[in-house]
Design a protein around this ligand. Structure first.
Ligand code: GUN
Length: 295
């Protein structure tokens, strides 16, 4: 039987509608408008397109939004001063510094400088630690999006064997920690595979839910999964050229190969991707609600 397609585009649209309504209510009750600043250093093409999409979505939802573009040669001290300015700005509830940063800037130092209460990426070590002990203020956007896709698609996570492929700080580590919490949309048995894993297929074949953030096409093929698995493909790989001269976007999973075996799968594009920006907006709304003293 062909797998059910889990549409991130559709779930993201649902959540955005909820955010839009909540934003209007927040504005009416308290006068607080969620404010998001995105800081972009340099003009990396992918980063420009991400930041533009974030600003556009923020405006569509009724947020106050600033895109603060800075030159590639911006000094680290100047970036830290800029972050300090936004930390103190009462109109700003969420601060996002687009990564990667130019080589001369220490990324860790920058992430430490963001007020944890405005850290809507949830990359600050305080927020990373809070997530691990089950006390999170914010969840990082991609893992949060993955969890919402599972919950809103009615996929049972309680007691499920969840296998995560990839151990990045942005996806693998946080989603593994989230799925293992004793909480709704979690409470799973979690295995994390990575580049030093001896027998990847041994682990992936046991998965009820397989979350793949490996960073390469066809990292997961049909022979590596069991019948009825739910697959979340986080990969974004640009390969080859279409006749129109555009690169083709594919995930980390051999979609065509696994689709007859899986019970459900996220497509690329249109799966996890649209969820990430949406969860950034939800985090910004959450931060604004705390300031407005509205739960
Ligand atoms: N670069 C790629 N993804 C992200 C993200 O989620 N947040 C930030 N700040 N930078 C990124």
């Amino acid at each position: 039987m062909a797998a059910k397609i889990i549409s991130g585009t559709q779930v993201a649209a649902e959540i955005r509608e909820e955010i839009k309504q909540e934003t209007a209510v927040l504005k009416e009750k308290s006068g607080v408008v969620p404010g998001l600043v995105t800081i972009l250093v340099g003009q990396n093409a992918a980063s420009v397109s991400y930041v533009t999409a974030k600003g556009k979505t923020a405006k569509e939802l009724g947020f106050f939004s600033i895109q603060d573009d800075q030159p590639e040669n911006l000094a680290e001290e100047a970036l830290l001063a800029l972050i300090d300015k936004y930390n103190k700005d009462p109109k700003i509830h969420g601060i996002l510094v687009q990564l990667p940063l130019p080589k001369h800037i220490n990324e860790t130092k920058v992430l430490y400088a963001i007020d944890p209460n405005k850290d809507v990426d949830a990359f600050h070590p305080v927020n990373v630690g809070k997530l691990v002990i089950g006390e999170a203020n914010f969840y990082p956007c991609t893992p949060y999006g993955i969890q919402q896709l599972l919950v809103r698609s009615g996929i049972k996570t309680d007691g499920a064997e969840v296998v995560v492929v990839g151990r990045s700080n942005i996806v693998g580590k946080p989603i593994a920690n989230m799925m293992l919490q004793k909480a709704k949309g979690a409470n799973s048995t979690v295995t994390v595979c990575h580049t030093a894993t001896k027998d990847m297929a041994f682990h992936t074949k046991r998965a009820d839910i397989l979350i793949v953030a490996a960073g390469r096409p066809k990292a997961i093929t049909a022979d590596m999964v069991k019948e009825g698995v739910v697959i979340i493909d986080v990969g974004v790989n640009r390969i080859g050229m279409t006749p129109e001269g555009k690169a083709k976007l594919v995930g980390d999973v051999d979609f065509e190969g696994v689709k007859e075996k899986a019970a459900a799968i996220t497509p690329v594009p249109g799966g996890v991707g649209p969820m990430t920006i949406t969860m950034l907006m939800l985090n910004t709304l959450k931060a604004a609600k705390v300031v407005a003293n509205i739960a």
